[in-house]
Design a binder for this molecule. Structure first.
Ligand code: NAD
Length: 288
């Protein structure tokens, strides 16, 4: 580290609270070192109250940019100068880029989802996806998939606080993209089964399968899946979720956790700041 830091080093931040558990500093600093890039990445405990001053500091200190995480992903928007069109549709920002004092907001979670499928040689463009969840991850995935050419999107959510968000997502996707999006109640199990069976890919973005729900899954019956489908769980701890086990029991071979998405959302931010490709396989070995 000391060999790399000098008077020219550019700082990239991570602004969130709590944040000390994050893997992002390890991810980015190892990638900078591997490629010999003169950047340093540091995590800052920043909540909503400190956010305006922290964002202004990006300009004042001429930082290259920052990642933004909870609770700041929406609150940061009015503090920025520009928004990438996908971030504007998603209504959240996880990456800020500073170009000579002009701050632009991006969301890379959906990009990471699509890129992780590309990495596996899988192309869902022109096909149908059933997606459970319309929170932060579900919204980013839905919008990016629609922008990238997924033809049909059946979004399932339970009637909780995120339902209105799901309504908003479906409306925006239908208005602004060529994708046909429909909203379905997760409580309607027959409809859920039928839509999954009619899809090229089923994606779970609810967090069911992660602690404290690690023994749960929204789909419990292997007969709901076809062998030629893709089943994608955004959870990556545990590495094999209950949903993935059900899919494997059905004989599905294209079954994925959220690890590739997590690495690729970081790689997309890395590219926005540095213009370089993150050495994803090298970082995967360091982190996992
Ligand atoms: P969120 O709280 O914003 O949204 C959660 C969504 O799941 C909502 O739509 C909610 O209605 C639904 N939901 C929650 N509990 C449910 C339950 N018991 N049954 C049915 N639906 C339920 O959360 P988020 O930030 O979108 O994260 C969701 C998941 O995605 C988490 O597991 C998170 O770890 C994962 N994630 C992964 C990545 C990645 O890079 N792999 C990135 C972001 C989030």
């Amino acid at each position: 580290m000391t060999e790399r830091i000098d008077g020219h080093t550019l700082l990239i931040g991570l602004m969130a609270y709590p944040i000390r558990h994050s893997m992002s500093p390890t991810m980015h600093n190892n990638a900078f070192a591997k490629l010999g890039l003169n950047y340093a990445y540091l995590a800052f405990e920043v909540g909503n109250d400190q956010l305006p001053a922290a964002i202004q500091a990006i300009r004042t200190l001429d930082m290259r940019g920052s990642n933004i995480s909870m609770p700041n992903k929406q609150k940061v928007i009015p503090l920025l100068d520009k928004l990438d069109p996908a971030a504007e549709m998603i209504g959240a920002v996880n990456t800020v880029v500073n170009d000579k004092g002009i701050l632009t907001g991006y969301t890379t979670d959906g990009l990471g989802f699509m890129k992780s499928l590309d990495d596996e040689g899988l192309n869902i463009r022109g096909q149908k996806m059933t997606l459970a969840g319309a929170g932060g991850a579900g919204t980013a995935i839905a919008v990016q998939a629609a922008l990238d050419g997924v033809s049909d999107l059946s979004i399932f959510n339970r009637h909780d606080a995120e339902w209105d968000n799901a309504v908003r997502n479906v409306k925006l996707i239908n208005e602004r993209t060529n994708c046909r999006a429909t909203l379905h109640a997760l409580e309607d199990r027959d409809d859920f089964k039928a839509e999954i069976q009619d899809s090229a890919i089923y994606t779970d973005a609810t967090g069911v399968g992660m602690k404290p729900l690690e023994n749960e899954t929204l789909v419990t019956d292997p007969t709901w899946f076809r062998k030629d489908q893709i089943v994608f769980d955004t959870v990556y701890a545990p590495r094999t979720t209950k949903l993935m086990k059900v899919a494997q029991a059905a004989g599905v071979t294209q079954v994925f956790n959220g690890l590739g998405m997590m690495l690729e959302q970081g790689a997309a931010a890395f590219k926005l700041w540095t213009g370089e490709e993150m050495p994803v396989d090298y970082i995967r070995h360091i982190l996992f």
